[in-house]
Design a protein around this ligand. Structure first.
Ligand SMILES: *[C@@H]1O[C@H](CO)[C@@H](O)[C@H](O)[C@H]1NC(C)=O
Ligand SMILES: *[C@@H]1O[C@H](CO)[C@@H](O)[C@H](O)[C@H]1NC(C)=O
Ligand SMILES: *[C@@H]1O[C@H](CO)[C@@H](O)[C@H](O)[C@H]1NC(C)=O
Ligand SMILES: *[C@@H]1O[C@H](CO)[C@@H](O)[C@H](O)[C@H]1NC(C)=O
Length: 462
C-alpha cells in the first residue's frame, strides 16, 4: 500500500505501550513443530506438503512509513498472536523491524501458534530511493539489510525476505528495476556466504498495471544467482462482489502460468464495497493454485485508511466486521489436495525488452559496492536499527556500485565509477518519492575501461 507516515498514528502507537495487565498469556509449546518452508518449482513446501500462505500484513503504527518494530515488543506481539490464531492464519508480513532489537520472544510466540514471518528488510531510512536508485544502492544501505538478515536467519519460522516493497510505484520509475534486482542478488549471496539456511528472497511489486508483470519477468530473467526466489504482488482488483473475470484474476493466472517461481499476493483486500473476502475462495481454489501460493490481507490494524481488520486503542483490540468475514472465509476454504496444480520444475523468463513501459534493457546489473562485498566474509556487524542518518543520501564514490556486474559468470566488469553522490539529493522518503530518476539503463553509467575479473568469483569462493 502506498501510504504516508501518519505522525498521529505513530504517536498513538508509542503511547499505547505498555499494555495493561490482564492480557491473557499465550501457552508455550515445549518444542518447535514448524519446519522451514522450502521451494520446489513454482510452489512452497512444508516438508512434502504444499504450503499456501494464509496471512495478514502486520504493522501497527503504519505501513511502509512506520518507524516502530511491532515484533520487538513481546507484550503487544503476544496479544496480537491470539487474534492471528483466531483468524486461522499461518503467516504474517512485517514491513519494518529494528535490526538491533531482540525478537526471540515474539518469534517464539508466533512459532508456537504455527505462524511464519515474511519480512521486508528495508526501513524508511535504509532503503532504495526510487528517485536516486544509483546513489541509494550503497554499502550503508546493504549493511542494514544484511544485519536484518543476521537478526532473523536463525528462526525456523522466518519464511522469506522481501528485498523491496513497491519501489517501482508508477509507470515512470521502472529504471529502479536493476537496483532492486541487485539487492535481491546481494541478499541471496549473503545468505549463502554466511552459511544460513537458504531462506527465499523476493520482491513485492505495486499494483501498477503497466509494469507489474514486466517486473515479474525481469526478476526471473538472467542467471539464477540474481533471480528472485519468488515474486510477490500487491493486488486490490477483487472488490466484492466479484469473480475471476470481473476482477481480472483470470488474466493474472494466465500471465503467471509457466512462471518459474512461486507467486503470492503480499497484499490483497479491496475495501471498495462490503469487504466479505469472497476472493479467499478463489485464491485457494485450483483455478488459481496452479500459479498462486495464497496471500496476505492488508492489513491487521486500522491505520486511518480503512483497511484494518482490528482497531488498536491503547492496549485494547477491537475487531471490525472484516475480521469476522476473513476468519470465516479462511475457515470455510480448504486447500486443494496434492500439488494443487503446481509445477515441479523451474524456468527462467525472457528479460523484457525496453520500450515505453520498461526503461531497462537486458539483464545487466550494477555490481555490489566493494565495501558491501566485504560483508560476505566478515558479516555485517551491528545494524543501524531504526535510527541514524539513513542510507538514501549516503552514497559516495567509496560506497556505491563500482560498475556493472556480469551476473553469474563469476566476474564483475567494472565499467565505471557510478558517479559520486555529490548529486546533492533532497531526501525523499521511499513512501513519498514521486519524481523520475535519472536514465535507467546501465548504459547510462559513465564507462571506465577497467575490467576486474574474478572479483565476484573470489568472494563466492570464500
Ligand atoms: C507441516 O507439515 C506437518 C507434517 O505433515 C503438519 O503436521 C503441519 O501441520 C504442517 N504445518 C503447516 C504450517 O502447514
Ligand atoms: C545463529 O545461530 C548460530 C549457530 O547456532 C550462532 O552462532 C549465531 O550466533 C546465531 N545468530 C544469532 C543472531 O542469534
Ligand atoms: C498480463 O500480461 C500482459 C501482456 O504481457 C500485460 O500487458 C498485462 O498488463 C498483464 N496483466 C497483469 C494483470 O499482469
Ligand atoms: C511520474 O508520473 C507521475 C504520475 O503518475 C507524476 O506525478 C510524476 O511527476 C512523474 N514523474 C516524472 C519525472 O515525470
Amino acid at each position: 500500500m502506498m501510504q504516508k507516515i501518519s505522525i498521529a498514528a505513530l504517536t498513538a502507537a508509542l503511547l499505547a505501550s505498555p499494555v495493561a495487565a490482564g492480557t491473557p498469556v499465550l501457552k508455550e509449546r515445549a518444542t518447535s513443530t514448524l519446519s522451514p518452508i522450502t521451494i520446489t518449482g513454482n510452489a512452497f513446501y512444508n516438508g512434502t506438503d504444499r504450503f499456501y500462505i494464509r496471512g495478514v500484513d502486520y504493522q501497527p503504527g503504519g505501513g511502509t512509513g512506520t518507524t516502530t518494530d511491532p515484533i520487538s515488543d513481546a507484550t503487544t506481539c503476544k496479544r496480537d498472536v491470539q487474534y492471528f490464531s483466531e483468524l486461522g492464519i499461518n503467516t504474517i508480513r512485517v514491513y519494518t523491524v529494528d535490526n538491533t532489537a531482540n525478537h526471540d520472544e515474539c518469534m517464539a510466540a508466533l512459532e508456537a501458534a504455527g505462524i511464519y514471518l515474511v519480512l521486508d528488510t528495508d526501513t524508511p531510512l535504509y532503503s532504495l530511493n526510487r528517485n536516486e536508485p544509483q546513489e541509494s544502492y550503497n554499502s550503508v544501505y546493504l549493511q542494514s539489510v544484511f544485519a536484518t538478515i543476521d537478526a532473523f536467519a536463525n528462526y525456523t519460522n522466518t519464511m522469506a525476505f522481501l528485498s523491496g516493497n513497491e519501489v517501482i510505484n508508477d509507470a515512470n520509475n521502472t529504471d529502479c528495476a536493476p537496483y532492486i534486482k541487485a539487492v535481491t542478488r546481494d541478499m541471496k549471496q549473503y545468505i549463502g556466504d554466511r552459511g544460513y539456511r537458504s531462506i527465499p528472497v523476493g520482491y513485492s511489486a505495486a499494483d501498477v498495471s503497466s509494469n507489474q508483470f514486466l517486473m515479474a519477468e525481469y526478476m526471473n530473467c538472467g542467471t539464477s544467482d540474481a533471480r528472485g526466489d519468488f515474486y510477490a504482488i500487491n493486488d486490490y482488483s477483487w472488490c466484492d462482489p466479484s469473480s475471476m473475470t470481473t476482477s481480472g484474476w483470470d488474466i493474472l493466472v494466465q500471465n503467471y502460468t509457466g512462471y518459474g517461481a512461486p507467486v503470492f499476493m503480499s497484499e490483497f483486500g479491496c475495501i471498495t464495497n462490503t469487504r466479505n473476502f469472497g476472493e479467499v475462495a478463489a485464491l485457494y481454489s485450483t483455478e488459481m493454485t496452479g500459479v498462486f501460493s495464497g496471500g496476505l490481507v492488508y492489513e491487521y490494524s486500522e491505520e486511518g485508511n480503512g483497511y484494518g481488520l482490528v482497531t488498536i486503542s491503547g492496549s485494547s483490540v477491537t475487531t471490525a466486521s472484516g475480521f469476522n468475514y476473513l476468519k470465516s472465509a479462511y475457515a470455510s476454504v480448504a486447500n486443494p489436495t496434492g500439488l494443487g496444480g503446481a509445477t515441479t520444475s523451474t524456468a527462467s523468463s525472457e528479460c523484457p525488452t525496453s520500450n515505453a513501459e520498461w526503461a531497462v534493457s537486458g539483464s545487466t546489473l550494477p555490481a555490489i559496492p566493494t565495501s558491501a562485498a566485504a560483508y560476505m566474509s566478515t558479516g555485517a556487524g551491528t545494524g543501524p536499527g531504526l535510527d541514524g542518518s539513513g542510507s538514501q543520501d549516503a552514497g559516495s564514490s567509496d560506497n556505491e556500485s563500482p560498475g556493472t556486474a556480469t551476473a553469474g559468470s563469476g566476474e564483475v566488469t567494472a565499467t565505471g565509477t557510478s558517479g559520486s553522490a555529490s548529486s546533492t539529493s533532497t531526501s525523499t522518503s521511499k513512501s513519498s518519492a514521486s519524481s523520475l530518476a535519472p536514465p535507467p539503463d546501465m548504459a547510462a553509467f559513465s564507462f571506465l575501461l577497467i575490467t576486474v575479473v574474478g572479483f565476484v568469483g573470489g568472494i563466492m569462493a570464500l
